[in-house]
Design a binder for this molecule. Structure first.
Ligand code: AMP
Length: 123
């Protein structure tokens, strides 16, 4: 059911999470399986399934994801920088069908994507 993502349960306080920021539009909490010293997920307080589902009505919420990310980055002391990631659907590796921003930092994160063999275009 669309309103029953694991992230909605966190937003509604039905399952525990280490929440680091919340307001009327978004909630930010630490990822259960961190991939960097700081790994926070920032999610809308309502379900938008993926980046492929956003519409004009979502623009305020999407902007808030970024201003919340900036606040969390400041809280976490990430003055040397960080990475924001949105995975979209199967090829993007999206596991939870509730649009979210990954905020990763706390150490140099290396290239965005490991290089594949020659012929991949090197983009
Ligand atoms: P994605 O692959 O972009 O959909 O990312 C989903 C992320 O959610 C993964 O990094 C998971 O570790 C994380 N995750 C799943 N369940 C929880 C949870 N209950 N609390 C915190 N993070 C979670």
């Amino acid at each position: 059911m669309a309103n029953d993502t694991v992230f909605m349960k966190i937003v509604r306080g039905e399952i525990p999470a280490d929440i680091v920021y919340r307001d009327e539009m978004v909630t930010a909490f630490r990822d259960l399986h961190p991939q960097a010293p700081v790994h926070v997920l920032i999610v809308p307080n309502h379900v938008i399934p993926s980046a492929a589902d956003v519409g004009p009505e979502d623009e305020a919420t999407l902007g808030r994801l970024f201003t919340a990310a900036r606040r969390v980055a400041e809280q976490e002391g990430l003055e040397d920088g960080y990475r924001l990631i949105v995975n979209c659907k199967a090829h993007g590796g999206q596991e939870v069908d509730h649009l979210h921003l990954h905020l990763l930092g706390g150490e140099p994160l290396g290239p965005m994507r490991s290089r594949r063999g020659s012929g991949s275009g090197g983009r």
